[in-house]
Design a protein around this ligand. Sequence first.
Ligand code: AMP
Length: 329
Amino acid sequence: METVLSGIRPTGNLHLGNYFGAVQNFIKMQESYNCFFFIADWHSLTTHPTPQDLHNNVTQILAEYLACGIDPEKATLYVQSEVPEIAELYLLLNMNAYVGELERTTTFKDKVRAQPENVNAGLLTYPVLQTADIIIHKATKVPVGKDQEQNVEIARKYARRFNQMYNVDCFPEPMPFNFGENLVKIPGLDGSGKMGKSEGNGIFLYEDAESIRKKVMRAVTDAGPQAPNSEVSEPIQNLFTIMKSVSQPDTLQYFTEAYANCTIRYGDLKKQLAEDIIAFTTPFKQKIEDIKANKKYLHDVVQLGTHKARESASKTLQEVRSVIGFRQW
Ligand code: AMP
């Protein structure tokens, strides 16, 4: 069975884009792959969270993934910082990672632009830690969006470099994994582009009904269809795209027809969409709250994930140590 690995950044709550674009696929993947999903709390230190925020963010995102249906028995769901083997592999890989090539990665250059006051060494070696995350379990498939493909390419390069340097076949080369035929892209409600954390336009699974209503009612629209069967503008198409994900098919059909015959009222469309998003997210919100309140369950989930992840990681690390030339004393 092939091994799939995906990291989860513990920054911010899950929004509809994350759910339909990633988490929903994870739930399916765990049925047919050997899945490792981890909360990347070491990675999150590059932006210097406070200790309280760090812990709360990890707890929140863990609860959110569990509420969505990640099954800790089927998949290995773990917290990165609980698995010290990853840090050791990161250290070893750093010896064969060159500063010049790391400085040229797009994600590093973007970060230097975004936070010039905090260009720390962790940011520079972020792709090395990502490589360690992936190859410590000998994962061959990494579900990533387009923006992350370069980092999987770097992981392939470091895996290959290690194999060549020691003339071994220790690490398989990981590949970007497009699960499902068409990747869903959930748009924002601000007229264009995608829903995203950095775009600040998310509608969250954990959000209050009132706040969801406000966001949807503020969504950008246009002057309305000018003639029957006219082309749908981007902001309106965005509302329909979200509706397609959360509403009943007959609701979508009703508003699509109303648009085509020019009887649509955007106020009605938004009201319906808001209520459908709320109906969709409310059960998740409830589950997230229940899980967060159940400290014993969270503790057990983390213990189980740590055990499974360390079992896999320590096997690889033993092999790596021996290949490099460390011997047992
Ligand atoms: P992020 O934490 O923003 O990097 O998002 C994590 C993952 O969620 C991404 O790699 C995508 O697979 C997915 N995702 C984020 N935003 C969207 C979106 N608007 N539409 C579809 N998928 C998304």
